[in-house]
Design a protein around this ligand. Sequence first.
Ligand code: 13P
Length: 250
Amino acid sequence: MTSSRRKLVAGNWKMNGTFAANGELVAALLAQLPRDGASVLVCPPAPYLQQVAGLLTGSRIALGAQNVSEFDSGAYTGEWSAPMLREIGCSHAIVGHSERRTLFGETSERVAAKTEAALKAGLIPVVCVGETWPERSAGATEAVVAGQLGPLMGRVNMAGIVIAYEPVWAIGTGKTATPAEAQAVHDFIRRKVGAVDAAAAAGLTILYGGSVNAGNAAALFSCPDIDGALVGGASLKAQDFAAIVRAAAT
Ligand code: 13P
């Protein structure tokens, strides 16, 4: 499927950073990122969102959170809501990252509720899906991804979200899905969404995530249904992240 979808390169800093390190990283990004081309998003830890919002003022880099509550306000100790994220300058929020699903028990139903809350507040949710290695080995990749997408479809406007396909076995392992393996799942996701909303599917940004680096990004981005990347480790190194952004622009 050919398209005019603009590529997006997103950095998920995970639970890393200090005031000093964030300042250095953002300064280096502002110096090294190309002036145009792919859209760029960074997702720092919540305590640093306001700091990074300030550092990004006037730049073309968008700001996102790594998680968001499904509730708007109230007695939910330790949580933060989509309206709060909007107020401090976020445009995006990662939802349902595999680390949230496996380490913090987020179900696909809860991920759908969070996605809905984010959309309602005007955030663009970056919804993560992906299979484990045993699931892939068992030939269950499509069934797993379909199961993760299921609660979303029919509940949220799929035209308002970004999907990130992140095979769990490729996250932080240095083991990337081959471009062909990733493309096959991206195509599956687009067809699945297309079955309920053809226009949304055609415009849907589907990111690949899992050990993306400066060396493998270009080949992934050359696939017709890979619209960018959600980058973990390499997003903490300005030079590597900038190289990935440049690879998305060509
Ligand atoms: P790595 O790029 O470190 O494999 O992490 C991927 C990821 O989980 C991004 O959300």
